[in-house]
Design a protein around this ligand. Structure first.
Ligand code: ZN
Length: 258
């Protein structure tokens, strides 16, 4: 399985920045897990192939690119962009984003071929097929409806927590997976901002180490994503200080094979 965390921004010399403002993982060049930077930094191959977007929750840094992506592709898509989300998330997207005020209600428009967006509801705990992949969504502890997922292609699986603070169910789902190759977990804030992390339901390095004790699989590589860019250096330093050998920060903008 091939996974890339899309860049959010670029350095003045054009190099990919490792500062992550937005969240979008592209799996096997054709399925997006969240859509934060989807339209802004995806390749032409992604633009041509991504027609399925799985949403973990509706915070702006995870959906910002979705309306722009559909806008970009409006005239050229031969099939609708399928948005996989819970009913609550779909309601938020339609009410607060695709409401004609913020952006067009694309579900009421068609191009010369047909619809350009299709909402595909899923329920936490019930696996869903997305292209050649199976997503097993599991509720996590973040905003009203937030899920992480175990993503499998039949040979390998990866676990993605999405945004979360201390949570329980997802670790046992990851633990029980026999072909688990990697886990991606958030760690937004440094330890000195533990109060802010708790209020906004995110993790700090110390909180993450307690979560990894629940996971208990120190043989599986764990990659940190979703570090708030302002605190990136402190968080990376504090993660290294934990001395957990299977814990690394995921490099942004590079294909990772699992
Ligand atoms: Zn969030």
């Amino acid at each position: 399985m091939k996974v890339q965390l899309l860049p959010s921004s670029f350095e003045p010399d054009g190099a990919i920045s490792q500062r992550q403002h937005l969240s979008c993982l592209i799996i096997d060049d054709c399925v997006a897990f969240d859509a934060g930077s989807l339209a802004f930094s995806c390749s032409d191959r992604h633009r041509a192939n991504v027609r399925d977007v799985f949403i973990s929750h509706t915070h702006l840094d995870h959906i910002a690119g979705l309306p722009i992506f559909i806008d970009d592709l409006f005239a050229v898509v031969a099939e609708p962009v399928r948005v996989h989300a819970t009913l609550e998330m779909i309601e938020v997207l339609q009410r607060d984003i695709f409401n004609w005020s913020v952006y067009p209600r694309f579900s009421e428009l068609e191009n010369s071929v047909g619809p350009v967006i299709e909402f595909k509801p899923f329920e936490p705990g019930r696996p869903v097929s997305v292209k050649h992949l199976t997503f097993h969504p599991v509720e996590v502890n973040h905003n009203e409806t937030s899920v992480g997922a175990l993503v499998s292609d039949g040979r390998a699986s990866i676990g993605i927590t999405g945004d979360t603070t201390h949570t329980n169910g997802i670790w046992s789902v990851f633990q029980l997976c026999k072909d688990l190759k990697a886990v991606m977990v958030e760690c937004a804030f440094p330890d000195e901002l533990a109060d802010l992390a708790a209020a906004s339901r995110h993790l700090t390095p110390s909180g993450l180490s307690r979560e990894l004790e629940k996971f208990g699989r120190y043989d599986i590589p764990v990659y940190v994503i979703n570090i708030k860019p302002t605190y990136r250096n402190e968080v990376v330093y504090q993660l290294q200080r934990l001395g957990i050998s299977n814990l690394n920060v995921l490099e942004i903008g590079r294909d990772h094979e699992f």
